[in-house]
Write a protein that binds this ligand. Sequence first.
Ligand code: GRG
Length: 293
Amino acid sequence: MDFPSELRRQAAVVERGLDQYLPPADTRPARLHEAMRYSLQAGGKRLRPVLVLATADLFAAQLGAALPAAVAIECLHTYSLIHDDLPCMDNDDLRRGQPTAHRQFDEATALLAGDALLTHAFALLAESYAAQPVLAHALIRELADAAGSRRLIGGQMADLLAEKKDATPAELEFIHLNKTAAMIEAALVLGGLVGGADAAAIATLRRAGHELGLAFQIMDDVLDATADRATLGKTPGKDAKAGKTTFVKLHGLATSRQLAQAHSAAARAAFHELPGDTAFLIALVDSLVIRSS
Ligand code: GRG
Protein backbone atom coordinates (compact mmCIF):
# COMPACT_ATOMS: atom_id res chain seq x y z
CA MET A 1 0.00 0.00 0.00
CA ASP A 2 1.30 3.44 -0.96
CA PHE A 3 0.33 5.35 2.21
CA PRO A 4 0.79 8.97 1.01
CA SER A 5 -1.31 8.44 -2.13
CA GLU A 6 -3.97 6.49 -0.23
CA LEU A 7 -4.13 9.31 2.34
CA ARG A 8 -4.45 11.88 -0.46
CA ARG A 9 -7.20 9.79 -2.06
CA GLN A 10 -9.19 9.48 1.19
CA ALA A 11 -8.72 13.20 1.98
CA ALA A 12 -9.96 14.09 -1.52
CA VAL A 13 -13.07 11.97 -0.94
CA VAL A 14 -13.64 13.95 2.28
CA GLU A 15 -13.21 17.31 0.46
CA ARG A 16 -15.82 16.31 -2.12
CA GLY A 17 -18.12 15.11 0.67
CA LEU A 18 -17.81 18.41 2.52
CA ASP A 19 -18.80 20.28 -0.62
CA GLN A 20 -21.65 17.88 -1.35
CA TYR A 21 -23.19 17.75 2.13
CA LEU A 22 -22.94 21.38 3.18
CA PRO A 23 -25.63 23.94 2.24
CA PRO A 24 -24.41 25.99 -0.77
CA ALA A 25 -22.57 29.22 0.11
CA ASP A 26 -25.38 31.36 -1.40
CA THR A 27 -28.04 29.81 0.88
CA ARG A 28 -29.81 32.61 2.80
CA PRO A 29 -28.29 34.17 4.86
CA ALA A 30 -25.25 33.91 2.60
CA ARG A 31 -22.86 35.43 5.16
CA LEU A 32 -23.54 32.57 7.60
CA HIS A 33 -23.18 29.84 4.98
CA GLU A 34 -20.03 31.48 3.60
CA ALA A 35 -18.54 31.50 7.10
CA MET A 36 -19.41 27.81 7.63
CA ARG A 37 -17.71 26.91 4.36
CA TYR A 38 -14.79 29.27 5.00
CA SER A 39 -13.74 27.47 8.19
CA LEU A 40 -14.60 24.00 7.01
CA GLN A 41 -12.84 24.36 3.66
CA ALA A 42 -9.80 26.26 4.97
CA GLY A 43 -7.78 23.04 4.99
CA GLY A 44 -6.96 20.84 7.93
CA LYS A 45 -5.55 17.35 8.00
CA ARG A 46 -9.01 15.71 7.87
CA LEU A 47 -7.76 13.15 10.38
CA ARG A 48 -11.15 12.37 11.92
CA PRO A 49 -13.14 11.91 8.69
CA VAL A 50 -10.33 9.84 7.16
CA LEU A 51 -10.43 7.63 10.29
CA VAL A 52 -14.19 7.17 9.77
CA LEU A 53 -13.72 6.13 6.12
CA ALA A 54 -10.73 3.87 6.77
CA THR A 55 -12.44 2.13 9.69
CA ALA A 56 -15.66 1.56 7.73
CA ASP A 57 -13.49 0.04 4.95
CA LEU A 58 -12.09 -2.52 7.44
CA PHE A 59 -15.57 -3.92 7.87
CA ALA A 60 -16.27 -3.80 4.11
CA ALA A 61 -18.91 -1.06 4.40
CA GLN A 62 -20.78 -0.25 1.18
CA LEU A 63 -18.91 2.26 -0.99
CA GLY A 64 -19.81 5.81 0.09
CA ALA A 65 -21.88 4.66 3.09
CA ALA A 66 -19.51 6.23 5.63
CA LEU A 67 -19.12 9.60 3.88
CA PRO A 68 -22.01 11.44 5.62
CA ALA A 69 -20.67 10.26 9.01
CA ALA A 70 -17.18 11.42 8.01
CA VAL A 71 -18.52 14.85 6.99
CA ALA A 72 -20.58 15.08 10.19
CA ILE A 73 -17.57 14.60 12.45
CA GLU A 74 -15.50 17.14 10.49
CA CYS A 75 -18.36 19.67 10.84
CA LEU A 76 -18.41 19.06 14.57
CA HIS A 77 -14.63 19.26 14.89
CA THR A 78 -14.57 22.52 12.89
CA TYR A 79 -17.27 24.06 15.13
CA SER A 80 -15.06 23.26 18.14
CA LEU A 81 -12.05 24.94 16.48
CA ILE A 82 -14.07 28.08 15.58
CA HIS A 83 -15.37 28.41 19.14
CA ASP A 84 -11.98 27.59 20.66
CA ASP A 85 -10.43 30.47 18.68
CA LEU A 86 -13.00 33.07 19.84
CA PRO A 87 -11.84 36.00 22.00
CA CYS A 88 -13.66 34.53 25.05
CA MET A 89 -11.61 31.32 24.74
CA ASP A 90 -8.15 31.15 23.12
CA ASN A 91 -8.47 34.44 21.23
CA ASP A 92 -6.45 33.26 18.25
CA ASP A 93 -5.89 34.96 14.89
CA LEU A 94 -4.76 32.01 12.82
CA ARG A 95 -6.26 28.60 12.17
CA ARG A 96 -5.51 26.14 9.39
CA GLY A 97 -3.08 28.73 8.02
CA GLN A 98 -5.86 31.32 7.52
CA PRO A 99 -7.34 34.12 9.62
CA THR A 100 -9.71 32.62 12.20
CA ALA A 101 -13.45 32.90 11.49
CA HIS A 102 -14.00 35.84 13.84
CA ARG A 103 -11.08 37.72 12.22
CA GLN A 104 -12.27 37.00 8.68
CA PHE A 105 -15.94 37.75 9.46
CA ASP A 106 -16.83 39.01 12.95
CA GLU A 107 -17.33 37.47 16.35
CA ALA A 108 -21.10 36.99 16.15
CA THR A 109 -20.88 35.44 12.67
CA ALA A 110 -18.13 33.07 13.85
CA LEU A 111 -20.18 32.03 16.87
CA LEU A 112 -23.23 31.35 14.69
CA ALA A 113 -21.19 29.50 12.03
CA GLY A 114 -19.90 27.21 14.79
CA ASP A 115 -23.43 26.67 16.13
CA ALA A 116 -24.68 25.92 12.62
CA LEU A 117 -21.90 23.40 11.91
CA LEU A 118 -22.62 21.62 15.20
CA THR A 119 -26.33 21.40 14.39
CA HIS A 120 -25.68 20.41 10.80
CA ALA A 121 -23.60 17.42 11.94
CA PHE A 122 -26.61 15.84 13.64
CA ALA A 123 -29.06 16.81 10.87
CA LEU A 124 -26.76 15.11 8.38
CA LEU A 125 -26.63 11.87 10.39
CA ALA A 126 -30.42 11.86 10.92
CA GLU A 127 -31.10 12.46 7.22
CA SER A 128 -28.42 10.31 5.62
CA TYR A 129 -29.08 7.17 7.68
CA ALA A 130 -32.89 7.56 7.94
CA ALA A 131 -33.43 4.28 6.08
CA GLN A 132 -31.47 2.46 8.85
CA PRO A 133 -32.99 3.88 12.04
CA VAL A 134 -30.99 1.63 14.41
CA LEU A 135 -27.74 2.74 12.79
CA ALA A 136 -28.86 6.40 12.71
CA HIS A 137 -29.65 6.24 16.43
CA ALA A 138 -26.29 4.63 17.28
CA LEU A 139 -24.35 7.22 15.23
CA ILE A 140 -26.20 10.18 16.73
CA ARG A 141 -25.80 8.78 20.26
CA GLU A 142 -22.07 8.20 19.73
CA LEU A 143 -21.35 11.66 18.34
CA ALA A 144 -23.55 13.38 20.95
CA ASP A 145 -21.76 11.57 23.80
CA ALA A 146 -18.32 12.39 22.41
CA ALA A 147 -19.20 16.06 21.85
CA GLY A 148 -21.21 16.61 25.03
CA SER A 149 -20.67 18.03 28.50
CA ARG A 150 -18.89 14.96 29.83
CA ARG A 151 -16.41 14.74 26.96
CA LEU A 152 -15.44 17.42 24.36
CA ILE A 153 -17.17 20.36 26.05
CA GLY A 154 -16.25 19.05 29.52
CA GLY A 155 -12.62 18.73 28.43
CA GLN A 156 -12.67 22.30 27.12
CA MET A 157 -14.20 23.56 30.39
CA ALA A 158 -11.56 21.70 32.44
CA ASP A 159 -8.89 23.18 30.16
CA LEU A 160 -10.14 26.72 30.78
CA LEU A 161 -10.31 26.10 34.54
CA ALA A 162 -6.76 24.71 34.51
CA GLU A 163 -5.41 27.99 33.08
CA LYS A 164 -5.64 29.52 36.52
CA LYS A 165 -3.52 26.87 38.26
CA ASP A 166 -0.97 24.12 37.57
CA ALA A 167 -2.85 21.01 36.42
CA THR A 168 -1.86 17.68 37.95
CA PRO A 169 -0.99 14.79 35.60
CA ALA A 170 -4.46 13.30 36.33
CA GLU A 171 -6.19 16.59 35.46
CA LEU A 172 -4.15 16.91 32.29
CA GLU A 173 -5.14 13.37 31.30
CA PHE A 174 -8.83 14.21 31.89
CA ILE A 175 -8.51 17.27 29.64
CA HIS A 176 -6.79 15.40 26.85
CA LEU A 177 -8.95 12.29 27.01
CA ASN A 178 -12.01 14.47 26.58
CA LYS A 179 -10.89 17.46 24.54
CA THR A 180 -8.86 15.42 22.06
CA ALA A 181 -9.29 11.65 22.38
CA ALA A 182 -13.11 11.69 22.54
CA MET A 183 -13.46 12.82 18.91
CA ILE A 184 -10.77 10.44 17.67
CA GLU A 185 -12.45 7.57 19.48
CA ALA A 186 -15.82 8.66 18.04
CA ALA A 187 -14.36 8.73 14.51
CA LEU A 188 -13.25 5.11 14.80
CA VAL A 189 -16.53 4.02 16.37
CA LEU A 190 -18.65 5.84 13.74
CA GLY A 191 -16.69 4.01 11.02
CA GLY A 192 -17.16 0.70 12.83
CA LEU A 193 -20.90 1.29 13.27
CA VAL A 194 -21.40 2.10 9.58
CA GLY A 195 -19.44 -1.04 8.70
CA GLY A 196 -21.58 -3.17 11.05
CA ALA A 197 -18.78 -4.01 13.53
CA ASP A 198 -19.83 -6.21 16.48
CA ALA A 199 -19.62 -5.14 20.13
CA ALA A 200 -16.14 -6.65 20.63
CA ALA A 201 -14.74 -4.79 17.62
CA ILE A 202 -16.38 -1.54 18.78
CA ALA A 203 -14.68 -1.97 22.19
CA THR A 204 -11.33 -2.50 20.44
CA LEU A 205 -11.92 0.61 18.31
CA ARG A 206 -12.62 2.61 21.50
CA ARG A 207 -9.34 1.40 23.01
CA ALA A 208 -7.45 2.27 19.82
CA GLY A 209 -9.08 5.73 19.81
CA HIS A 210 -8.18 6.33 23.44
CA GLU A 211 -4.51 5.49 22.77
CA LEU A 212 -4.32 7.28 19.43
CA GLY A 213 -6.01 10.34 20.96
CA LEU A 214 -3.43 10.56 23.73
CA ALA A 215 -0.55 9.99 21.30
CA PHE A 216 -1.97 12.69 19.00
CA GLN A 217 -2.35 15.23 21.81
CA ILE A 218 1.13 14.61 23.22
CA MET A 219 2.53 15.14 19.72
CA ASP A 220 0.44 18.30 19.39
CA ASP A 221 2.08 19.60 22.60
CA VAL A 222 5.53 18.62 21.29
CA LEU A 223 4.85 20.41 18.00
CA ASP A 224 3.45 23.45 19.80
CA ALA A 225 6.78 23.70 21.63
CA THR A 226 9.04 23.00 18.65
CA ALA A 227 7.42 23.89 15.30
CA ASP A 228 6.95 27.28 13.65
CA ARG A 229 3.81 29.18 12.67
CA ALA A 230 4.04 28.20 8.99
CA THR A 231 4.33 24.48 9.78
CA LEU A 232 1.53 24.54 12.34
CA GLY A 233 -0.90 26.84 10.52
CA LYS A 234 -1.73 28.27 13.95
CA THR A 235 0.08 30.33 16.56
CA PRO A 236 2.81 28.20 18.19
CA GLY A 237 3.78 28.27 21.87
CA LYS A 238 0.45 29.77 22.98
CA ASP A 239 -0.20 27.19 25.68
CA ALA A 240 3.18 27.73 27.30
CA LYS A 241 2.75 31.52 27.12
CA ALA A 242 -0.68 31.26 28.74
CA GLY A 243 0.96 29.26 31.55
CA LYS A 244 -1.07 26.18 30.62
CA THR A 245 0.08 22.77 31.78
CA THR A 246 1.08 20.61 28.81
CA PHE A 247 2.73 17.21 28.53
CA VAL A 248 5.94 19.00 27.61
CA LYS A 249 5.75 21.22 30.70
CA LEU A 250 5.05 18.23 32.98
CA HIS A 251 7.40 15.67 31.47
CA GLY A 252 9.89 17.50 29.21
CA LEU A 253 10.36 16.98 25.46
CA ALA A 254 12.21 13.65 25.48
CA THR A 255 9.79 11.89 27.84
CA SER A 256 6.80 13.37 25.99
CA ARG A 257 8.12 11.87 22.75
CA GLN A 258 8.56 8.50 24.50
CA LEU A 259 5.02 8.71 25.91
CA ALA A 260 3.67 9.45 22.42
CA GLN A 261 5.53 6.39 21.09
CA ALA A 262 4.11 4.21 23.87
CA HIS A 263 0.51 5.31 23.24
CA SER A 264 0.87 4.94 19.48
CA ALA A 265 2.29 1.43 19.97
CA ALA A 266 -0.79 0.59 22.05
CA ALA A 267 -3.04 2.00 19.31
CA ARG A 268 -1.20 -0.07 16.70
CA ALA A 269 -1.61 -3.21 18.84
CA ALA A 270 -5.36 -2.58 19.11
CA PHE A 271 -5.67 -2.13 15.32
CA HIS A 272 -3.86 -5.46 14.86
CA GLU A 273 -6.72 -7.18 16.71
CA LEU A 274 -9.29 -5.99 14.15
CA PRO A 275 -10.40 -7.84 11.04
CA GLY A 276 -9.60 -6.67 7.50
CA ASP A 277 -6.54 -4.93 6.17
CA THR A 278 -5.37 -2.53 8.90
CA ALA A 279 -2.18 -1.45 7.06
CA PHE A 280 -3.54 2.03 6.24
CA LEU A 281 -4.68 2.74 9.81
CA ILE A 282 -1.36 1.55 11.21
CA ALA A 283 0.57 3.69 8.72
CA LEU A 284 -1.62 6.64 9.75
CA VAL A 285 -0.69 6.13 13.42
CA ASP A 286 3.00 6.00 12.44
CA SER A 287 2.72 9.16 10.32
CA LEU A 288 1.29 11.06 13.31
CA VAL A 289 4.23 10.08 15.52
CA ILE A 290 6.75 10.93 12.83
CA ARG A 291 5.28 14.44 12.39
CA SER A 292 6.66 15.33 15.83
CA SER A 293 10.10 13.74 15.72
C1 GRG B 1 -15.04 24.88 22.02
C2 GRG B 1 -16.33 22.85 22.78
C3 GRG B 1 -15.07 23.45 22.34
C4 GRG B 1 -14.00 22.64 22.25
C5 GRG B 1 -12.71 23.08 21.74
C6 GRG B 1 -10.77 21.53 19.47
C7 GRG B 1 -10.66 22.17 20.79
C8 GRG B 1 -11.74 21.93 21.79
C9 GRG B 1 -9.66 23.00 21.06
C10 GRG B 1 -8.58 23.33 20.09
C11 GRG B 1 -7.26 23.30 20.79
C12 GRG B 1 -6.68 21.93 20.90
C13 GRG B 1 -5.22 21.82 21.02
C14 GRG B 1 -7.45 20.88 20.93
C15 GRG B 1 -6.97 19.52 21.03
C16 GRG B 1 -7.41 18.77 19.84
C17 GRG B 1 -6.65 19.20 18.65
C18 GRG B 1 -5.20 18.91 18.59
C19 GRG B 1 -7.30 19.85 17.71
C20 GRG B 1 -6.70 20.20 16.42
O1 GRG B 1 -6.93 19.12 15.59
P1 GRG B 1 -6.13 18.91 14.23
O2 GRG B 1 -4.68 19.09 14.47
O3 GRG B 1 -6.67 20.14 13.39
O4 GRG B 1 -6.58 17.61 13.63
P2 GRG B 1 -6.99 20.22 11.81
O5 GRG B 1 -7.04 21.71 11.53
O6 GRG B 1 -5.89 19.53 11.06
O7 GRG B 1 -8.33 19.56 11.63
